[in-house]
Each structure stands twice: as structure tokens, then as C-alpha cells.
Design a protein around this ligand. Structure first.
Ligand code: HEM
Length: 124
């Protein structure tokens, strides 16, 4: 399930950039809409695989570890929220700087905790 989680969030982030590239392009409205819908499906998959990891490894674990995993999970949800914010505000032609700032902070936090600190990552 760990690798499934990595796959879902990696594909999700790639799809996010694809939607971004398609948004606002003449004649690509439909492609952008469909890709955005697929991206939303991936949000659900990211959430489900993340929750599965959480319940499997952190229920009954020492408090400090559970707390850290909770912060990591909140970071994951935050990335999803930031991606949606960037896409929707971008589509409406509104400024997206705030969304990008959140995306960057949440991504660094989540990847650092996921790979660097918590024990289930694939890197040392
Ligand atoms: C785009 C969003 C997300 C990114 C970039 C991300 C990134 C990561 C990374 C790098 C890891 C460590 C390697 C791995 O097992 O995949 C990880 C693990 C994990 N993620 Fe996520 N994640 C995201 C969303 C979520 C969500 C929404 C949840 C919970 C609802 C979640 C819960 C977890 C848990 C519990 C682990 C296991 C922690 C461990 O022991 O290493 N993640 N995630």
C-alpha cells in the first residue's frame, strides 16, 4: 500500500500540472475539464491509500509517532486543497500566488515528513 500511495500522489501531482497547462488554452477546454475530473478521482485515491497507511501503522502506535503521522496526513490534505485552489482561481482568472505559496509549503512539509521522518517511506 505504501507504493500505491506514492503512485497515487505522484500521478496526482503530474495530472495537476497537465490541467494547469491545458487551462485557458483555446480548444482545450474539454480536455482540461476531463483531466480535472480524473485528477479529482485521484484525490480520493490519495486520501484512501493515505488513510489506509494511517490506520494500519499508527493506531496504537506511540503518541509522538501518531501525532507526526497526523501532521503528515494534514499536510497531504492541505496539498490537495492548494491544488484545487490554484486550478479554480486560475480558471476564473484570479491571482493564484497564495495557492502556490501553500502548495510549496505543504509539499515540502509532507515530503519531508513522509520520506525523511516517518518510517514507512522508501528512502532512508
Ligand atoms: C498530494 C498529497 C500527498 C503527498 C505528496 C504525500 C506524500 C507522502 C510521502 C512522501 C510518504 C512517504 C512514502 C510513502 O509511503 O508514500 C507518505 C506516506 C504516508 N502518507 Fe501521504 N501524501 C499525500 C497525501 C496523504 C493524505 C491525504 C494522507 C491521509 C489522509 C496521507 C497519509 C500518509 C500516511 C499515514 C503515510 C505513512 C507515513 C509513514 O509511516 O511513512 N498522505 N505520503
Amino acid at each position: 500500500m505504501t507504493h500505491l500511495h506514492i503512485t497515487t500522489w505522484a500521478v496526482g501531482i503530474i495530472l495537476f500540472f497537465v490541467v494547469l497547462a491545458l487551462t485557458g488554452k483555446e480548444g482545450k477546454e474539454k480536455a482540461a475539464k476531463i483531466t480535472h475530473m480524473v485528477l479529482r478521482l485521484f484525490y480520493v485515491l490519495i486520501l484512501l491509500t493515505g488513510l489506509e497507511l494511517f490506520f494500519r501503522f499508527y493506531i496504537g502506535a506511540p503518541w509522538s509517532e501518531t501525532t507526526e503521522a497526523l501532521v503528515k496526513s494534514a499536510g497531504g490534505v492541505w496539498i490537495i486543497a492548494a491544488m484545487e485552489m490554484i486550478l479554480i482561481r486560475g480558471k476564473k482568472g484570479k491571482p493564484t500566488f497564495g495557492g502556490w505559496l501553500q502548495f510549496a509549503i505543504a509539499l515540502i512539509l509532507t515530503i519531508a515528513l513522509g520520506f525523511g521522518r516517518l518510517p514507512m517511506g522508501i528512502l532512508p
